[in-house]
Design a protein around this ligand. Sequence first.
Ligand SMILES: *Cc1c(COP(=O)(O)O)cnc(C)c1O
Length: 400
Amino acid sequence: MTSHVMPTYGRLPVTFTRGEGVWLWDDNNKQYLDALSGIAVCGLGHAHPAVHRAICEQSSKLLHTSNIYRIAVQEQLADRLIENSGMDNVFFCNSGAEANEAAIKLARKFGHERGIDVPAIIVTEMSFHGRTLATLSATGNTKIQKGFEPLVEGFVRVPYNDINAIKSALEKNPNIVAILLEPIQGEGGINIPGNDYLNQIRDLCNQHNLLMMLDEIQSGMGRTGKFLAYQHNGILPDVCTLAKALGNGVPIGACLASGKAATLFTAGNHGSTFGGNPLACSAALAVLDTLDKDNLIALAEQKGQTICLQLSKHLQNNLHIKDIRHKGLMIGIELDVPCLGLVQMALDNGLLINVTQEKVIRLLPPLIIDEAQIGQLVDILSRLITQFTDQLSPVSHYAA
Ligand SMILES: *Cc1c(COP(=O)(O)O)cnc(C)c1O
């Protein structure tokens, strides 16, 4: 049967019909452990009762009015995000790419107000910021850009986790007004920078009067063991973007600003018809309530550590494992061989995982995963990795 959906995704041959917590069921009623959370979206797992209740209650009252009127739940959500992040205000939209578009517009406006007519933003290699024209131009992956040139101008690329590269870009280019990066790269392979990388960037941004803009779309909402990953560094960025887990599956994005970045947009500068509508905001409020009530953020660190320790133990004799790394429940298992085949093997065995950058198994399990489920995840995955690497052709020293 042919699908009339544009073939923009290489889709796996499975259709899910329902979920509960970490579990999903397909249309043959086969059960799967979801260790990917719809790519870091369903942090509270599937069909969470608090989110379900919030959506039902809100939809019985009001779905949408538009942003030409005040929206009480939107203001409540902004208050809660500000409390949790230390930022000053929020623009609401519907996706991660849109949140980054708002950030990019803020940087350009900041530049123009500083008298810079052609403002430029430093971005990093291996980054991912979205699929709109500006965000794919900011993204550090030529595969995502190919065929869509001309790219949006005004991005200067540097290697990730290299503070000297930023310093020399600043020396060469007087038009730089901002730095945009992920605190931990997700699509780029779960790349965790040095402990003080973000602090050094904060210092540089202060010295050079630049906006420090963090894309926390994947790393935010408690996934790394803090509400936002920058909170591990005790710093505050000027701009921070959120989406993915903010609505636990209801589309919502947010661009948070602080200090001088918080006063750049004035009436008429930016907008979104759906952004911050009552339905999406009530879902996000339920997400924030649940993260607090169930202490899920603090637990994310312990859970990630347990998963990685157990995996390391099971795989300690496997010479194909290059690295097992994590911050909270943002987990990468890097092999020395391409391992895309593991995704289908895992699917066959009732486990949902992802492979990024060809060699990095990416796990983004729901924050609600419990000890028994962690045990199951580790057992299935370590068995499959062993099976996968055992069937690789023997290493070259056996060849004559
Ligand atoms: C997913 C993601 C985006 C894009 O979000 P969309 O909602 O798909 O537009 C941007 N940045 C990062 C770090 C992401 O993980």
